[in-house]
Design a protein around this ligand. Structure first.
Ligand SMILES: Nc1nc2c(ncn2[C@@H]2O[C@H](COP(=O)(O)OP(=O)(O)OP(=O)(O)O)[C@@H](O)[C@H]2O)c(=O)[nH]1
Length: 342
């Protein structure tokens, strides 16, 4: 079993066996203990972003602590913090320029004002290219999911299938990753859990043939949402990129206007690497939206700002854990609030 499979099945096992033990009955005459509420998504988001918060906001706090005034030197030090928090050089330069202007307008009186100004500037950049994912306006609505291996594509598809099936949509999955039999198995497990069918072929089959069959089946079954997985292909392999173009051509021919979304899945923990994958895939694969996974447990969450700003692509979803409800619509306001632990 590969590490990825191992991780997947371990995650599954954890979920299966991780149910809390039945509570002891309360002592006679005592009130039953209050059942702790499962933490809400915002709390989980805050917890998930903790490392990024510590690395970014924590260092800003340390920078301004005890400072009587914010000046050009403070902004220079802030520049270094932003760059090393994976916000990216281009976006950092832009942010620092905006803060310099605020400084010259005497708007940055103290550390708190600096933090608030930075929060506003980050938010406005995230909002500039924000657009939520709405699988509407076409039946079937076809989503092609791309990205290098191990970033969380299959998991993301599984989570989306579960969510939209629960909303009452007719969902169909296609196991276009025919390079690894385990990839299709993994998708089938997610499909079973969500009560969603999976179109799959033998290992080594032509992924375009899977896409073709899936499109035909989706039209025949009046599916609302068809999600097509692809192999974890490396952007350096030209032939694999060509194959992705072939899959697109097949989909376009079968369902005019499709794919309606080409979702690039990126592992946030890979930082600058995720940014270069986004640049390459954007051109080669016609990416229209992004899913940033594994924001939990990484200090590199700032990459979300760099990617959405520098690639001008909307972040549709963020992943903050392995369980089914750890994939959420990306909400810029909620994200910056969680980042600044507001
Ligand atoms: N902590 C955390 N783990 C995640 C998240 N999303 C996915 N994972 C884990 O990342 C690992 C890889 O996920 P997969 O979905 O198998 O990745 P993939 O891109 O489909 O990989 P290939 O099938 O090899 O192409 C699994 O162990 C997932 O449980 C997330 O948001 N947070």
């Amino acid at each position: 079993m590969s590490d990825e499979q191992g991780g997947f099945f371990k995650g599954l096992l954890k979920r299966v066996t991780g149910a809390p033990a039945p509570a002891e009955p309360p002592e006679p005459g005592t009130a039953p203990p209050a059942t702790p509420e499962a933490p809400g998504f915002f709390t989980r988001l805050k917890n998930g972003l903790k490392k990024t918060t510590d690395g970014l906001v924590g260092r800003i706090d340390a920078l301004v602590l005890g400072k009587k005034e914010i000046n050009a030197d403070t902004l220079e030090e802030l520049e270094e913090i932003l760059i090393t928090s994976d916000i990216g050089v281009a976006t950092t330069v832009e942010l620092i320029r905006a803060l310099e202007q605020r400084l010259s307008r005497q708007e940055l009186k103290d550390g708190q004002a600096l933090k608030s100004a930075l929060k506003e500037e980050l938010l406005s950049r995230l909002l500039a290219c924000h657009q939520s994912f709405r699988p509407e306006g076409a039946t079937p609505f076809v989503v092609l999911v791309v990205g290098v291996n191990g970033v969380g594509k299959t998991t993301t598809i599984g989570k989306l299938a579960a969510r939209y099936a629960a909303e009452g949509k007719r969902v169909l999955l296609a196991a276009g990753d025919t390079f690894r039999a385990a990839a299709a198995e993994q998708l089938v497990v997610w499909g079973e859990r969500a009560g969603v069918e999976v179109i799959r072929h033998q290992e080594g089959a032509d992924p375009s043939a899977v896409a073709f069959d899936a499109c035909k089946a989706a039209v025949a079954r009046k599916t609302d949402l068809l999600i097509i997985d692809t192999a974890g292909r490396l952007h350096t392999k030209v032939n694999l990129m060509e194959e992705m173009k072939k899959i697109r051509r097949v989909i376009e021919r079968e369902i005019p206007g499709a794919p309606h979304e080409t979702l690039l899945v990126l592992d946030a923990a890979t930082g600058q690497n995720a940014l270069s994958q986004a640049r390459l895939f954007k051109e080669a694969a016609g990416v229209s939206g992004l899913a940033l996974t594994k924001l939990d447990g990484t200090a590199k969450g700032g990459i979300i700002v760099a990617i959405s700003r520098e690639c001008a692509l909307p972040v549709r979803f963020i992943g903050i854990g392995e369980s089914v409800d750890d994939l959420r619509d990306f909400d810029p306001q909620e994200f910056v609030n969680a980042l600044f632990q507001a």
